[in-house]
Write a protein that binds this ligand. Sequence first.
Ligand SMILES: [Zn+2]
Length: 106
Amino acid sequence: MPSRPIFRCEICGASPDPETYAALRAQMLDLRHGEYVDAEPGRWLTWHGRGLYGPARYACGEHRGELKAELREHYGTIGPHPWAKGPHPWAGRRGSDRARRLQRLL
Ligand SMILES: [Zn+2]
């Protein structure tokens, strides 16, 4: 399954360094809803939206604050999730089997 997803900071268009890329890619299979997750070592921030919170969104270490501000403006009235304060360490995969199945269906 040689798929190579592309991650870009939505503020500046930067690409992650290889290690951060690997972290982002691993986290992609995680099924989360309305959660921020950090990706190290580049301090990238992923917004795992889904449902009302929209698609996943990414920001580099420099622009994570901007991404949060934007998400809070868009989704801040829906629920408390966009207001979560960091850090947001990734605790490993959750529901990854189901996530993989969903990916195959896409
Ligand atoms: Zn950026």
